[in-house]
Design a protein around this ligand. Structure first.
Ligand code: FEO
Length: 401
């Protein structure tokens, strides 16, 4: 149980889940996560925003007991997904007479996912408000950040904006505040990669809308609050806009060291050319399919280029690389260049399979670089030239941006 005041009238009463390893059963969590919930006490009414994941309901009730909350007037659902609305029914039973509140899309989806009737909700329209006496809650829709129903509530007199999943981070620090801004930024990037990146264009509009609200604190549904909103707004502006870092991501898997040899040759050449890069060994450990794949796609958030390197297994790319390709196709990083580098023993349709698996990629697809058998000196020299060409293209692209 953890209760912290965000302002005199707004308390954090959410749950910590520091041991959780994966989110959505595929995205690695390096520091667990939290399911934030906020208690807002006005002069005439008390509201709770986002009941937590049902598995952590006990933490929420302990926090409410610690604050002596005997009566709750409103439960506000900003988003239907189970990690935020999973405890709604239980909390409703605990506080008979409590009124459920949500925006239109939330109400529709709460029926589907939690079997709560639309008539049980009070609907607030876009820009509409709910009074708690001396506090006014204003409602704003954030469709597709990242579900159709995500919404935000501004506690007007306090300048605190609850933003649902937007601006979240999987980071359980034991507090709703953090001093470790570097770690907070890093986890925000990983969170953005999975949750927001596929909806980059919609999210960009929401960031502008939120910036205009000029809140003093942004309070997301996961991880610490942002006491300096510009920190996260500028990150999101860069990620959703046309800014790139000068960096290349390489995701790879190797069976008999042919691909590994090629990857190390590419790394050597990238170093010699002064191009920063990161290597993600997709086959390093038994659980690395998701761990290294998730980290690889996080690295791609503002990278111009990704190289997928993999051997052929029975004519297809190694299954691990196919998973990584599907992940890229699903999460849609704003990559400009995509390359497949690989090897095969007797026959391969790996380049065609990679192309089919990344069909939503809209940038420039480099000619695949494929070697039959163990790469020899001549192959490695050609590979160096291939990398030199890629770096030239990346630099030309970055200059144009
Ligand atoms: Fe954190 Fe979309 O749920």
């Amino acid at each position: 149980m953890l209760v912290e005041q965000i302002t005199a009238r707004i308390a954090s009463v959410g749950a910590q889940d520091p041991e959780r390893q994966l989110f959505d059963a595929f995205m690695p969590l390096h520091h667990g996560t939290t399911y934030n919930s906020y208690l807002i006490r006005g002069s005439e009414a008390t509201a709770l925003i986002d009941p937590v994941d049902a598995e952590k309901y006990g933490q929420l009730t302990e926090a409410l007991d610690a604050l002596g909350v005997r009566k709750l007037d409103y439960i506000i659902n900003l988003h239907t997904e189970q990690d935020h609305s999973g405890s709604t029914k239980m909390l409703r039973k605990r506080y008979p007479g409590v009124q459920l509140v949500g925006m239109k899309k939330v109400i529709e989806l709460m029926g589907l996912h939690h079997h709560i009737a639309a008539e049980d909700f009070r609907e607030i329209p876009e820009g509409g408000s709910l009074s708690l006496g001396d506090l006014t809650l204003e409602f704003y829709g954030l469709p597709f950040a990242h579900w159709p129903d995500n919404s935000a509530v501004l506690v007007k007199e306090e300048g605190v904006l609850m933003t649902s999943d937007l601006f979240g981070a999987h980071l359980a620090t034991g507090s709703i505040f953090t001093e470790d801004l570097d770690l907070h930024r890093e986890m925000t990037r990983a969170y953005y990669a999975e949750i927001m990146m596929p909806f980059r264009n919609q999210v960009k509009k929401h960031v502008a809308k939120i910036k205009a609200l000029d809140a003093k604190i942004l309070a997301p549904a996961h991880g610490p609050v942002w006491t300096k909103p510009d920190e996260v707004i500028s990150l999101y502006e860069a990620w959703t806009g046309n800014e790139y870092r000068r960096h290349i991501t390489i995701g790879y898997v190797s069976m008999h060291e042919s691909v590994e040899k090629m990857v190390f040759q590419m790394a050597k050449k990238l170093s010699a050319l002064g191009m920063p890069y990161s290597l993600h060994n997709l086959g390093a450990h038994t659980d690395s399919l998701m761990r290294a794949g998730g980290d690889m796609v996080t690295s791609c958030v503002d990278d111009p280029a990704l190289i997928l390197a993999a051997p052929t297994v029975l004519t297809n790319p190694h299954p691990t690389a196919m998973y990584a390709a599907v992940l890229v196709d699903t999460l849609k990083p704003k990559l400009q260049f995509l390359s497949y580098v690989g090897s095969f023993a007797w026959g391969s349709k790996a380049p065609q399979t990679i192309e089919a698996l990344t069909s939503s990629f809209k940038g420039e697809r480099l000619e695949p670089f494929v070697v039959k058998g163990d790469p020899g000196t001549e192959d490695l020299e050609k590979l160096e030239a291939y990398i030199e060409d890629l770096v030239r293209r990346v630099d030309a692209f970055l200059e144009e941006e």
